[in-house]
Write a protein that binds this ligand. Structure first.
Ligand code: SF4
Length: 707
C-alpha cells in the first residue's frame, strides 16, 4: 500500500504527460517515487487523472538507459529492425561519456563540414523543459548551421497555429480551460478530452452541471457526449462543410456582431462571399447532421452571452487542418465571441510542453517568440544575440526531414526525446529514413524504436530527475523540480546538449545549479517578449505564472485580445475555407476509414506509459475499436484478432467493440510497437501547417492475423 509508506521527502512538480499541466507532489523514499498527489495548481486544483497519479514508475523501470551506447560495426540497420530490449547488446556496446560524445559530435561535424549544414536536422522534445527546447534549437541553428529543427507540434497543432497566427496574430490560446466556467455555450470539436485532457474534461463537465450548453462535434461518439446538449456525430472529413454551414446560418439569420466585425476585423466580405452554397440544407446530408440541428447549434453559439471553442487533433490532423481552424476562428470573429471571459479559442495542446517548446523556437520557420527566420529584423536580432551568422531560410518540417533522409539529402540527425519511428505517419518510410542516415544520435531514457536505429545513444534524465520550466496549454509557465537522482551514468539533458554543442564549436558556458538552468531561462526571457516579466525566481516562488507578462509586477493575462489583436493593424482577419477532401478516400479495395489517436492510459508512442506498471496492466495490448455490426460482418467477435491493412502496411491486433465508432470506420491508438498504427497512416500534408493526415486514411479489415 503506497499510502502506508512514509516518504523521506516530498517534492512539488508538474505532471509530465498532457498539456493540461496539473501540479503534483512526488512522495519519495530511498530515491524512488512511492506515490503522487495532486497539488492546488491553477489548472488542476488537486485533481489528477490516472496517468498523473499512477504513471510514474517508468522512471525506475529496469529498461532505463544507464550508459552511453555505440552501435556495433556489424549490427544491422534497416527499417524492419525488430526491437528486443533483452538483446540490446547484440546491437550496441557500452561506451564512456567522452567516447560517446566525441563519436556523436564527430559524426555530425563530418556531415556538416563535408556535405553542408542543410544535410543535418534535429528533433527536439515537447516532453522536456523550456530550457532544453531553447538550447536544442540554439544548438541546431548555431552549431549545425541550419533551421532544420522541429518537434511533435508538427504532428499535433501546427495547422491550428498557422491559422491562429494569420487570423488573430498569436498561436496560443485566447482563454484558459477554466474559462469554461464563464461560458454559456461550449463548442468542443475534434477532441476527446476524457481520454486526452482528462482534468480539463472535468471542468467542462462541471460547467454543464451549472447549465452551460455543451455542443460536441466528433465523428466518434466519446464519453463526453453524455454531457452534451447536442452531440454532432458528423461524417469524418466533413469539418469544413459543418462549420461553413454554421457560418452560413449565422449570416443568413443576422446573428453576427456587426460592431465587432467593423472595428476589430478585416476580410468579412470575402467570408460572406465564400459562404454562399454552404447552407445547412445542402451541407447537412454531406455531414450526416440534420440541417435544423446545425442551425440550432449555430444560433446557440452566436447568441449566447459567452461562447468558447475548444478543439483537438480531430481538427488539426487533416490535409485541410488549417482550413478547419480558419472556420473556427471565423465563427468567433463574426459573432464577437472572443476577448472576454468565457469567449474565445482554445486549441487543447497535447504534450505537457508543446506550447513551451514552440514558444522557445523549436520549429523550423521561427526563432523564439515566433519571430520568422526569414524576417531581416529577426535575423539581425538573433545574429547579434547569439553572435553567429544564421541560416536565413526556413528549415524542413518533421515529415519533410524524413523524406529528405530517405532521399539521402539529410545525412545526420540529433533526436532528443522523440520517437519518430513510431510517431511519424507511414512509419516504415520514417524508419527507412532513420536507417539511411550516416549519423543518428538519439538522446532518451529508453532504447526506443528510434534509438534502435541510432549510431550513438545518450542516456538522459526523466522528468522527475531534473529542474526546469514547462508551459501548459493555458500559457502558464510552471516549475518542475528535481525529486530523484538519475540511474547509473545517465545525465541531465541540459548538460548533454551543452557538451555536444561545445564539441560542435558553440563555446557555451552556462553556470549555476542544475546544469545552469536558471541562466538558460534568463537568456530565453531576454529573447522572448511574452515572458519578460516572468523571472526564474518568480516561477520558483509562485510555481505558475501566465504569459503574456511583460513586467515583473504584471500578473499575466489569462484572457487576451480584449482590446486589440497582436497583428500589424491590431485587427483580426477572416480567411475563408472551401471544401478539400481527404487525400485518400475509402474505395472498393480499402472500404474503411482509419482514425488514429490516444487512449486514456497510454501516452503517444508508449515509451513511458507502457513501462508504467499500473497503466500497462490497465491497457496491456493493442486494440482496434470497431462498430459491432462491422465486426459481425467480417465474422469476428470482441477479443478476436483482426488485421487492418492500408496501402502502406498491415497490423494485427485485438478487436474491441465500440458502438461510438461509426460504421465502416476503425479507431486505433498509436502507442503499441507490435501493432504500430502509424505503419498504416497517410503522410499527405496540410499545405500550410505541414501536418500529416493521421486522422483519416483508407484501410481494409479482416478476421485473423498474427499478433
Ligand atoms: Fe497529467 Fe494531463 Fe492527467 Fe493532468 S490531465 S494528470 S496533466 S495527464
Amino acid at each position: 500500500n503506497a499510502y502506508a509508506i512514509k516518504a523521506d521527502k516530498t517534492v512539488d512538480s508538474v505532471c509530465p504527460y498532457c498539456g493540461v499541466g496539473c501540479q503534483l507532489t512526488y512522495h519519495v523514499k530511498d530515491n524512488t517515487i512511492v506515490r503522487v498527489e495532486g497539488r492546488d495548481g491553477p489548472a488542476n486544483h488537486e485533481r489528477l487523472c490516472v496517468k498523473g497519479r499512477f504513471g510514474f514508475d517508468y522512471v525506475s523501470n529496469p529498461q532505463r538507459l544507464t550508459k552511453p551506447l555505440i552501435r556495433r560495426a556489424d549490427a544491422p540497420k534497416h527499417a524492419e529492425f525488430k526491437v528486443d530490449p533483452l538483446k540490446w547488446d547484440e546491437v550496441f556496446r557500452e561506451a564512456t561519456w567522452e567516447e560517446a560524445l566525441d563519436y556523436a559530435a564527430n559524426g555530425l561535424k563530418k556531415v556538416r563540414d563535408t556535405v553542408g549544414p542543410s544535410a543535418l536536422a534535429g528533433f527536439g522534445s515537447a516532453k522536456g523543459s523550456n530550457e532544453e527546447a531553447y538550447l536544442f534549437q540554439k544548438l541546431v541553428r548555431t552549431g549545425f548551421g541550419t533551421n532544420n529543427v522541429d518537434h511533435c507540434t508538427r504532428l499535433c497543432h501546427a495547422s491550428s497555429v498557422v491559422a491562429l497566427l494569420e487570423g488573430v496574430g498569436s498561436g496560443a490560446v485566447s482563454n484558459q480551460v477554466s474559462d469554461v466556467e464563464f461560458a454559456e455555450v461550449i463548442f468542443l470539436i475534434g477532441s476527446n478530452p476524457t481520454s486526452n485532457h482528462p482534468v480539463a474534461a472535468t471542468w467542462i463537465k462541471n460547467a454543464t452541471r451549472r447549465g452551460a450548453k455543451l455542443i460536441v462535434a466528433d465523428p466518434r461518439k466519446t464519453e463526453i457526449a453524455r454531457h452534451a446538449w447536442r452531440n454532432l456525430q458528423f461524417t469524418a472529413d466533413t469539418d469544413v462543410a459543418l462549420l461553413n454551414a454554421m457560418i452560413y446560418t449565422i449570416l443568413e439569420e443576422n446573428l453576427c456582431d456587426p460592431e465587432f466585425i467593423r472595428t476589430r476585423t478585416t476580410g468579412f466580405e470575402a467570408l460572406k462571399e465564400n459562404s454562399k452554397g454552404f447552407s445547412p440544407e445542402v451541407m447537412g446530408p454531406i455531414c450526416g447532421i440534420p440541417a435544423e440541428t446545425i442551425r440550432e447549434c449555430a444560433r446557440a453559439y452566436a447568441t449566447s452571452k459567452a461562447s468558447i471553442i475548444l478543439w483537438g487533433m480531430g481538427i488539426s490532423q487533416h490535409v485541410h487542418g488549417t482550413d478547419n481552424a480558419r472556420c473556427l476562428i471565423a465563427l468567433t470573429l463574426m459573432t464577437g465571441q472572443i476577448g472576454k471571459p468565457g469567449s474565445g479559442l482554445h486549441p487543447l495542446r497535447g504534450q505537457n510542453n508543446v506550447q513551451g517548446a514552440s514558444d522557445a523556437g523549436l520549429i523550423p520557420m521561427m526563432y523564439p517568440d515566433y519571430q520568422r527566420v526569414d524576417n531581416p529584423d529577426a535575423i539581425a536580432r538573433f545574429e547579434k544575440f547569439w553572435n553567429r551568422t544564421l541560416d536565413h531560410k526556413p528549415g524542413l518540417t518533421v515529415v519533410e526531414i524524413m523524406d529528405a533522409a530517405c532521399e539521402g539529402k539529410i545525412r545526420g540527425m540529433y533526436v532528443m526525446g522523440e520517437n519518430p519511428a513510431m510517431s511519424d505517419p507511414n512509419a516504415h518510410h520514417a524508419r527507412e529514413g532513420l536507417a539511411n542516415l550516416d549519423c543518428l544520435v538519439v538522446q532518451d531514457i529508453f532504447l526506443t524504436e528510434t534509438a534502435y536505429l541510432a549510431d550513438v545513444v545518450l542516456p538522459a534524465s526523466a522528468w522527475p530527475e531534473k529542474t526546469g520550466t514547462v508551459t501548459n496549454t493555458d500559457r502558464m509557465v510552471q516549475m518542475g523540480r528535481r525529486a530523484l537522482d538519475m540511474p547509473g551514468d545517465a545525465r541531465q539533458d541540459l548538460i548533454i546538449i551543452q557538451q555536444l554543442a561545445n564539441r560542435l564549436g558553440c563555446g557555451w558556458d552556462y553556470k549555476g545549479p542544475e546544469s545552469g538552468v536558471a541562466e538558460v531561462y534568463d537568456e530565453m526571457r531576454r529573447a522572448m517578449n511574452n515572458i519578460t516579466g516572468i523571472t526564474w525566481d518568480r516561477v520558483e516562488a509562485q510555481s505558475s505564472v501566465t504569459y503574456p507578462c511583460r513586467t515583473e509586477d504584471d500578473p499575466g493575462q489569462s484572457v487576451v485580445f480584449v482590446d486589440a489583436f497582436p497583428t500589424k493593424d491590431g485587427k483580426a482577419r477572416f480567411v475563408p475555407a472551401d471544401l478539400i477532401p481527404a487525400n485518400e478516400r475509402p474505395d472498393a479495395e480499402y472500404p474503411f476509414v482509419l482514425i488514429t489517436g490516444r487512449q486514456l492510459e497510454h501516452w503517444h508512442t508508449g515509451s513511458m506509459t507502457r513501462r508504467a506498471s499500473v497503466l500497462d496492466a490497465l491497457e496491456p495490448q493493442a486494440v482496434c475499436s470497431i462498430h459491432p455490426l462491422d465486426l459481425d460482418a467480417i465474422g469476428a467477435v470482441a477479443g478476436d484478432t483482426i488485421t487492418v491493412a492500408s496501402r502502406r502496411g498491415e497490423i494485427a491486433l485485438v478487436a474491441r467493440v465500440d458502438d461510438g465508432t461509426p460504421r465502416q470506420t476503425v479507431f486505433i491508438p498509436f502507442a503499441f510497437y507490435e501493432a504500430a498504427a502509424n505503419q498504416l497512416t497517410n503522410p499527405a500534408l496540410d499545405p500550410f501547417g505541414k501536418i500529416a493526415e493521421v486522422k483519416y486514411c483508407a484501410v481494409k479489415v479482416s478476421k485473423g492475423g498474427t499478433r
